[in-house]
Design a protein around this ligand. Structure first.
Ligand SMILES: Cc1cc2nc3c(=O)[nH]c(=O)nc-3n(C[C@H](O)[C@H](O)[C@H](O)COP(=O)(O)OP(=O)(O)OC[C@H]3O[C@@H](n4cnc5c(N)ncnc54)[C@H](O)[C@@H]3O)c2cc1C
Length: 419
């Protein structure tokens, strides 16, 4: 292990969650460790989707008991975490507790769900289980490490920093420690992955940092996709300020060699690095895969577009990045919207009522420097039971005013999720 402690790394990588390393003040978890006395919703995952859903079920009907399973004791926001790499923000400024949810009567158990049993409506937690009437699953993404040779063996020598936390801080430290004249390599997976514009925002933040602190250094971006997949023209325009970016499309990385300090693309190009950041291909959170909520490709979960109920298992709803099939990006704004819509649907279903058809919304800001941002907004409606996009609008360019709007968006949505 390098500078990151083993415990911190285990927590950030998700390894060891089932071993109880994340701690928590759960009751002794054997058998039915919290017998159900009335209608109950269990939520798996206290991130952008799950925390929102837990709060809004309670707001929708305080007679429903809500139990949230989340191994981490703190919520760390991925949005704005690319600014930790440039040193513009601290990770502490993106870290929040769960006190607000408790004040709404959400019961939080800091443990991971280890299995879902749809037939008996039980969630397993170690040796015990919880009974539910409706289950909401929002476990985010997991990495398909096996798709890049050498990545699993590399351990924390190769960071993703795609779940905000200790890896983000460690990647920022490696960037700062890189000598002037060094090469930073960032690799982007094929879509679908969490936050389509996120890697290009990261490109801007790393390039901005290098421009101001290591002017002889460069950033090589190896993108598995044929072009920038989101806000294409806006990012191209922003990159005119960063001649230190060497962007290479259609360059899917298939191998990493930490001894030679190089990555290899599917066409055999070998690229040397001083610091590397590999964002691996992704799939739904492991619990969703184990519970057979994913499709034949074993990657993502198909859901009903009105209730977010799984197409595979009754009374199990899936929201956030783990879902596929709606014309929406895997964004925090969308996960938050799905959390509210799903909560409302679940409250209606438990009350024996027809849920209303409500479309989600998407707003996504990208920071292109320390102060300037740009944005895309998507509007949707529901037609014939399916979510369809009716409008997409981009900001005309980047500006400090949009940066201020981005900060306002973040404060407001963090409060909506956790406040
Ligand atoms: C660098 C970066 C920048 C981003 N910027 C933006 C942005 O500007 N705007 C935007 O809208 N989106 C942004 N996103 C995307 C956003 O972070 C995600 O879309 C959002 O977090 C998805 O929410 P979720 O609930 O699906 O997953 P998460 O928020 O990741 O929550 C999943 C939770 O489930 C928990 N969990 C997993 N398995 C279990 C289990 N078995 N039992 C219990 N709990 C479990 C995890 O610990 C985690 O807390 C960004 C992402 C990244 C990486």
């Amino acid at each position: 292990m390098t500078t990151m402690s083993r415990r911190a790394f285990l927590r950030s990588s998700g390894v060891g969650v089932g071993l109880g390393l994340a701690g928590g003040c759960a009751p002794a978890m054997k058998g039915d460790f919290a017998p159900k006395r009335g209608p109950r919703v269990v939520v798996i995952g206290g991130g952008w989707g799950g925390a929102t859903a837990a709060k809004y079920v309670r707001l929708g009907d305080p007679a429903i008991e809500v139990i949230l399973l989340e191994p981490n004791k703190q919520f760390v926001s991925c949005p704005l975490s690319n600014l930790v790499l440039s040193g513009v923000r601290s990770i502490d400024s993106l870290t929040f507790g769960y006190r607000g949810l408790r004040s709404h009567g959400v019961r939080i158990i800091h443990e991971a769900a280890t299995a879902i049993e749809p037939d008996t409506k039980r969630v397993r937690v170690g040796e015990g289980y919880l009974q539910y009437d409706r289950l909401i699953v929002s476990p985010g993404i997991e990495f398909q490490t096996e798709q890049i040779a050498g990545l699993a063996e590399a351990g924390d020598q190769v960071l993703h920093a795609w779940k905000a936390g200790p890896q983000t801080v460690e990647l920022a430290r490696r960037l700062q420690a890189m000598p002037d004249g060094g090469v930073f390599v960032l690799t982007i997976p094929p879509i679908a992955y969490r936050c389509p514009p996120g890697p290009y925002e990261r490109t801007c933040q790393v390039a901005w940092y290098l421009k101001h602190n290591k002017p002889r250094s460069k950033l090589i971006v190896l993108d598995a996709n044929q072009n920038i997949v989101s806000k294409t023209g806006l990012f191209r325009a922003a990159w005119r300020d960063y001649p230190n970016i060497d962007y290479r499309a259609s360059s899917k990385v298939v191998k990493v060699d930490t001894g030679a300090r190089e990555v290899t693309t599917e066409f055999g190009d070998r690229v040397k690095y001083d610091v590397v950041n590999v964002i691996p291909p992704q799939r739904a959170g492991t619990i969703a895969v184990q519970a057979d909520l994913v499709g034949a490709d074993k990657r993502w979960c198909q859901v009903d577009h009105v209730t977010y109920e799984s197409v595979k298992h009754k009374a199990v709803h899936v929201i956030g990045d783990s879902t596929i099939g709606l014309p929406v990006p895997k964004s925090g704004t969308v996960a938050n919207a799905m959390g509210k819509i799903c909560a409302n649907a679940v409250v209606h279903l438990i009350g024996g009522k027809q849920p209303p058809a409500m479309p989600p919304v998407n707003v996504c800001y990208s920071w292109v420097s320390d102060k300037e941002a740009m944005a895309v907004i998507n509007a949707y409606r529901i037609e014939g039971g399916k979510v369809v996009q009716i409008e997409q609008k981009l900001t005309p360019g980047q500006s400090q005013a949009f940066g201020q709007n981005a900060l306002g968006w973040a404060r407001s949505i963090w409060n909506d999720i956790l406040g």
